[in-house]
Design a binder for this molecule. Structure first.
Ligand code: NAX
Length: 331
């Protein structure tokens, strides 16, 4: 089988450290798909990246045909088939969300341009670096030759967190819980929704709502816990989620590449087409199914007043982020 070229940016960082192995072992693109790894980081990190490359070699993995490690955009983006855009500035103490946005969207403007110039037109791109939804919007804007559907943002970590939280409450493993949804932004305004979720209990399948029987918990504690889970991990670990973020990135790209299982949907930040009354031209997390390397928004789910109010909050934040990002990128 011909090898595919897979780019991981922020390759010397902590998410990449877990993600590279999953890609290199065949967990994402298939157990018989050889890969050429393209690893990009900034110039001061080239020494660290050299160490990562040594470790990849020492894993002695049969699917890794070669490794390209670089701080040069053209080399990194040349002829790539898939990209995990992870690298960005982490939020530092005292930094406002706005400062983070203005620093990071510029990275995604530059990388959108590099995608446009150097990547294969069939490339599939996952944006992980924050603010992920708005970075994806900017990346797509500056990569006009790549179909907008091919650039998606990661809310899979939030999705997996919601799934795992419900599974723990119902004393089952996470695979028994299906069709949770993350709507909106990968931020504390996201709306984790279990209205359509199903759980497979030993006595049979039922809706998560029926199994939990506590609407108040679902509407308050559950939502708050998922919205604040990233902060809880930082408090405990003194570093942001990395192992779980890498697993989520691998899950997301695997679903793009191989399709979602029949009857199941997942959550992805995708360019809104106006579904569910969400304005077009923001990258919004929707329930999606995937097939043939593309996604489709799950339609006709019922949205009640409570859900609408949750959607409105996260939509407002994304529209504001988009406007700020467009101003920053004009400079
Ligand atoms: P690290 O700080 O460990 O690594 C980031 C790496 O990116 C560093 O090696 C840095 O040198 C590199 N980098 C910076 N600018 C770059 C550029 N222009 N080109 C290439 N590389 C560049 O952060 P890590 O924990 O790996 O997190 C990476 C990003 O993921 C952050 O923006 C973080 O906020 C975001 N996350 C997104 C999540 C999501 O669900 N969408 C969850 C996890 C994570 O918080």
């Amino acid at each position: 089988m011909e090898p595919i070229r897979v780019l991981i940016t922020g390759a010397a960082g902590q998410i990449a450290y877990s993600l590279i192995l999953q890609v290199a072992k065949g967990d994402v693109f298939g157990s018989s798909q050889p890969v050429i790894l393209h690893l990009l980081d900034i110039t001061p990190m080239m020494g660290v990246l050299e160490g990562v490359v040594m470790e990849i070699e020492d894993c002695a993995l049969p699917l890794v045909k070669s490794v390209v490690s670089t701080d040069d955009l053209e080399t990194a983006f040349k002829d790539i088939d898939a990209a995990f855009l992870v690298g960005s500035m982490p939020r530092k103490q005292g930094m406002e969300r706005k400062d983070l946005l203005s620093g990071n969207v510029k990275i995604f403007k530059t990388q959108g341009d590099a995608l446009n110039k150097y990547a294969k037109k069939s490339v599939k791109v996952l944006i992980v670096g924050n603010p992920a939804n708005t970075n994806a919007f900017i990346c797509a804007k500056y990569a006009p030759s790549i179909p907008k559907e091919s650039i998606t943002a990661m809310t899979r970590l939030d999705h997996n967190r919601a799934r795992a939280n419900i599974a723990k409450r119902l004393s089952v493993t996470a695979d028994k819980v299906k069709n949770v949804i993350i709507w909106g932004n990968h931020s504390s305004t996201q709306f984790p929704d279990i209205k359509s979720a199903i759980v497979n209990l030993p006595q049979g399948s039922t809706s998560v709502y029926n199994a939990i029987k506590d609407e108040n918990w679902i509407k308050t504690d559950f939502i708050k816990t998922i919205q604040a889970r990233g902060a809880a991990v930082i408090n405990a670990r003194k570093m942001s989620s990395a192992m779980s973020a890498a697993k989520a990135a691998a899950d997301h790209m695997k679903d793009i590449w191989c399709g979602t299982p029949f009857g199941e949907y997942t959550s992805m930040g995708v360019m809104s087409d106006g579904s569910y009354g969400i304005p077009k031209d923001i990258v919004f997390s929707f329930p999606v199914t995937t097939q043939n390397k593309t996604w489709k928004i799950v339609q006709n789910l019922e949205i009640n007043d409570f859900m609408r109010s949750m959607l409105d909050v996260t939509t407002k934040e994304l529209v504001e982020e988009r406007e700020e990002a467009l101003v920053v990128c004009k400079d």
